[in-house]
Design a protein. Structure first.
Length: 217
């Protein structure tokens, strides 16, 4: 499967026809998307007042500590995913609901910014004899991650628009909400891929491609 044409994004790997260089570029891009999303959330939470020395898992810049099993699986199913939920304590915020939403959306914004940087490099290096595969893949995967986080289901960014209005619940209940949301997202996207009946993709995939064309051009 080629990944050099805009029509192939969001990029979903076809393991029956996947080149080694394309596969490596996809894995690297997905790991970068997870890393910048999680670290950006941690940075914004700290900036807004949620600082706790025990939150050492926020800023280690080791993507493997941010990996979510279901979020990583989603990259293989739909070309986007999510990191393990970043721990925050809304009680430390001046405006708990608003700041929680800002923190979650910061991860999505970081993906968009990384896509912008990668797309700018694609634009520059196309004037020289250099294959832009890696940078185009980074741009495409991060754009897909940013756009699909507009789906209002936890653990995606827009899901915080719903979860902030839920009554206070324990960490176990919070994990259950995120886990249930993850399963729902995977079930919907898996059904889309198997049946061909679009729920999210007919609306979000064209947006990913349009943004990618705009940024690269």
């Amino acid at each position: 499967m080629t990944s050099r044409g805009f029509e192939n994004y969001p990029f979903i790997p076809d393991f029956s026809n996947l080149g080694f260089d394309t596969g490596v570029a996809f894995v690297v891009s997905a790991l970068l998307a997870i890393l910048v999303n999680a670290e950006a959330q941690g940075w914004m939470a700290t900036l807004l007042g949620d600082y706790d020395p025990e939150y050492k898992d926020r800023f280690h810049f080791n993507v493997f500590f941010h990996l979510s099993v279901l979020g990583s699986l989603c990259y293989l199913v739909a070309g986007f995913g999510w990191p393990k939920p970043v721990r925050i304590n809304p009680a430390n915020f001046k405006y708990p609901r608003l700041y929680t939403i800002l923190v979650r959306f910061t991860g999505m914004f970081a993906n968009f910014m990384l896509a912008n940087i990668a797309a700018s490099l694609v634009f520059v290096i196309r004037f020289i004899d250099f294959d832009p595969l890696v940078f185009l893949m980074v741009a495409g995967v991060n754009l897909a991650t940013a756009v699909y986080h507009l789906i209002p289901l936890p653990p995606l960014a827009a899901g915080s628009l719903i979860t902030v209005w839920l009554p206070d619940y324990s960490p176990r209940q919070r994990r259950a909400v995120y886990y249930s949301g993850s399963l729902i997202i995977l079930a919907i996207l898996g059904a889309e891929r198997i049946t061909g009946v679009g729920i999210f993709r007919p609306y979000l995939d064209p947006l990913v491609r349009a943004l990618l064309r705009f940024l690269v051009a």
